[in-house]
Design a protein around this ligand. Structure first.
Ligand code: ADP
Ligand code: MG
Length: 268
């Protein structure tokens, strides 16, 4: 089932086109990463799914909603089904782990328990389950500002899971973390994906993590998708195409060394 479908989608700011002419279909339960250098439009594309960047052309359908014509009331409902995880965590630092995660349930529970920290036994059980999924249950009552970066990101993921979303959008979720914490965070996202069937779309800088954790990789350069496929098929020439912007003369030269170019095939 397609949850996200973009057709000739162009997104941008004012009249500036940032994501250009993108065709993309994402199905329920996928764990995919968008890779590419800084400034190519990865965040713009991700936030387009959440209806926070403007559509300048084409169509975008998310969870059955046409984003180009969505009304305010429907937008609130849509966003409640999309959990968002940012590089900077966006937690309430003076609140506990438990209360931060509980804030993810606000849209489907009364405001009262979160404001007055009165949770029912059932709500505690649910919150405990989310804490266990991300491995933060031992810190349930700790203030979030006392946690490490990796722990904060796992709280942010638990808060997203507490929304019971269909999709989690993670924008550079490991960029500010050390390698061990980064791996923990990606394992946590994988748990969410496998245990609850939540579709995960993550912008990642590090290609090696995309290869290890994701079933599908989207490579972007200059606002366009230049690769869409499995991590295994991602060859060096394509990686160069995603990450390099050589001057025009070099591009012509490089063509002759692409492993799939007719010239290379003929001399192989
Ligand atoms: P990436 O996530 O791949 O680093 P972004 O999507 O953040 O790239 O940005 C792509 C381009 O859009 C950049 O040139 C950036 O300056 C521009 N951009 C991003 N956000 C805004 C904004 N709010 N207003 C205007 N331009 C923006
Ligand atoms: Mg970005």
């Amino acid at each position: 089932m397609a949850q996200i479908r973009a057709e000739k989608l162009t997104l941008g700011y004012g009249r500036k086109e940032v994501v250009k002419d993108v065709d993309l279909t994402i199905h329920k339960g996928e764990f995919l990463s968008i890779i590419g250098p800084s400034g190519v439009g990865k965040s713009t594309l991700l936030m387009g799914v959440n209806a926070t960047t403007a559509i300048l052309g084409g169509n975008l359908n998310v969870l059955g909603n046409d984003i180009g014509s969505i009304r305010n009331g429907e937008l609130k409902g849509l966003r409640s089904k999309i959990g968002v995880v940012f590089q900077s965590f966006n937690l309430v630092s003076r609140l506990s782990v438990l209360d931060n995660i509980a804030s993810g349930m606000l849209h489907r529970k009364s405001l009262f328990p979160a404001l007055f920290k009165h949770y029912t036994t059932h709500q505690y059980e649910e919150l405990y389950e989310y804490m266990k999924v991300v491995g933060i249950e031992d810190e349930a009552l700790s203030r979030c500002d006392r946690l490490s970066g990796g722990q904060k990101q796992r709280v942010a993921i638990a808060r997203a899971i507490a929304q019971q979303p269909e999709v989690i959008l993670a924008d550079e979720p490991i960029s500010s973390l050390d390698p061990v914490s980064a791996r923990n965070v990606l394992e946590t996202l994988r748990n969410a994906n496998e245990k609850y069937g939540i579709t995960v779309v993550a912008n990642l800088h590090q290609l090696e993590y995309a290869r290890e954790f994701c079933s599908r990789v989207i490579g972007m350069n200059s606002g366009r998708i230049v690769y869409d496929g499995s991590p295994e098929r991602l060859c060096q020439a394509t990686i160069d195409q995603i990450y390099c912007c050589p001057p025009k003369n070099d591009r012509v030269e490089n063509k002759s060394i692409l492993p799939f170019s007719p010239a290379a095939a003929a001399t192989a």
